[in-house]
Design a binder for this molecule. Structure first.
Ligand code: PBG
Length: 326
């Protein structure tokens, strides 16, 4: 026997002790489940690159939400899929009254009043250019985009959204949206800002789901360069000063250091978006039998919590809830 004073393995010797010393916990109420809604009735279309994730028409979505809420999931983020025919340069469908998307929000609120509904504020699902902002002469223009986002925000707030998620990465949007919401009487509507949103390859499957890929170019003039860490502090600082209630990092897995950094620097809740490509990677490997999908999923979600995110937007919400409820 050696004279070893510190034997860290003693704290791992049984499941009871391991649980006693476990530093991070994951609970179903940490999840925000991103969901996709489309027009029509009796529709449930699987997203090809996201096995197990569907676009629902409202009737089927309400059915699905029974299951979702029965699992203990308390928040969703709802994204609309619009046909090409409804898209235009100025995303006018995003702020028209009574669109199928806004009606869906109101219907969900009516049937599930306790469910937290988050929405996305950006032009891409409604834009014939497939960009998050207004395109003029091949460029994404900042300030004119804000006016469209403002109208979109008021429409979503009116419909009953609890949290707005500006995902567009325009400068000054949080202040502009806060002022617009407040002056329209929506002081209670929260803003979870996509503060550090990177120009990432991991959004591909989401753009399949919404059929919203950019028609030209990429999103690098507004989304952040994956090489940058300090710049995330600036973006977060601005969003904090402009009145964001929560700050989000997106994607999550390649950016755990950014999550940690924001958690250490800001005293408001930090969220992370475990994005579509991160979901697809694990699903694809699991479906091939190359790794244990459930274990990989739980490990990934725990790592995001450990990095410092309080809440996680994740397509795994239902599957993880089933495991956590056992
Ligand atoms: C749109 C938006 C995107 C996502 C959320 N909101 C895509 C993009 O910026 O191209 C991605 C979500 C995911 O990949 O799961 N502004």
């Amino acid at each position: 026997m050696f004279n070893i004073t510190r034997r860290p393995r003693r704290n791992r010797k049984s499941s009871g002790i391991r649980d006693l010393v476990q530093e991070t916990n994951l609970q179903v109420s940490d999840f925000i489940f991103p969901m996709f809604v489309q027009e029509g009735s009796n529709q449930k279309v699987e997203v090809k690159s996201m096995p197990g994730i569907y676009r629902f028409s409202l009737d089927n979505l309400l059915e699905e939400l029974k299951e979702v809420t029965d699992l203990g999931i308390r928040a969703i983020d709802l994204f609309p899929n619009y046909p090409e025919s409804k898209k235009d340069k100025i995303a006018s469908e995003s702020y028209k009254e009574d669109t199928f998307y806004l009606k869906a929000i109101t219907a969900i609120k009516g049937q599930f009043p306790e469910l937290v509904i988050m929405t996305d504020v950006a032009m891409d699902p409604y834009s014939s250019d497939g960009h998050d902002g207004l395109v003029e002469n091949g460029k994404i223009v900042n300030d004119a985009t804000l006016e469209i986002l403002g109208k979109m925000s008021v429409a979503q707030a009116k419909a009953g959204a609890d949290i707005l998620g500006p995902s567009d990465m325009m400068d000054g949007r949080v202040k502009y949206l806060r002022d617009t919401l407040d002056s329209n009487g929506f002081t209670d509507v929260s803003i979870m800002s996509y503060s550090a949103k990177y120009a990432s390859a991991f959004y591909g499957p989401f753009r399949d789901a919404l059929e919203s890929a950019p028609k030209f170019g990429d999103k690098k003039t507004y989304q952040m360069n994956p090489a940058n860490r300090r710049e995330a502090l600036l973006e977060a600082q601005l969003d904090f000063e402009e009145g964001a209630d929560m700050l989000m990092v997106k994607p999550a897995l390649s950016y755990l250091d950014i999550i940690r950094q924001l958690d250490e620097n800001f005293d408001i809740p930090i969220a992370a978006y475990n994005v579509s490509g991160e979901y697809a990677m694990i699903k694809a490997a699991a479906l091939n039998g190359w790794l244990d999908g459930d274990r990989a999923m739980m490990e990934v979600l725990m790592s995001i919590r450990r990095a410092g995110a309080k809440c996680i937007l994740t397509y795994f919400a239902k599957e993880a809830a089933v495991i956590l409820n056992k």
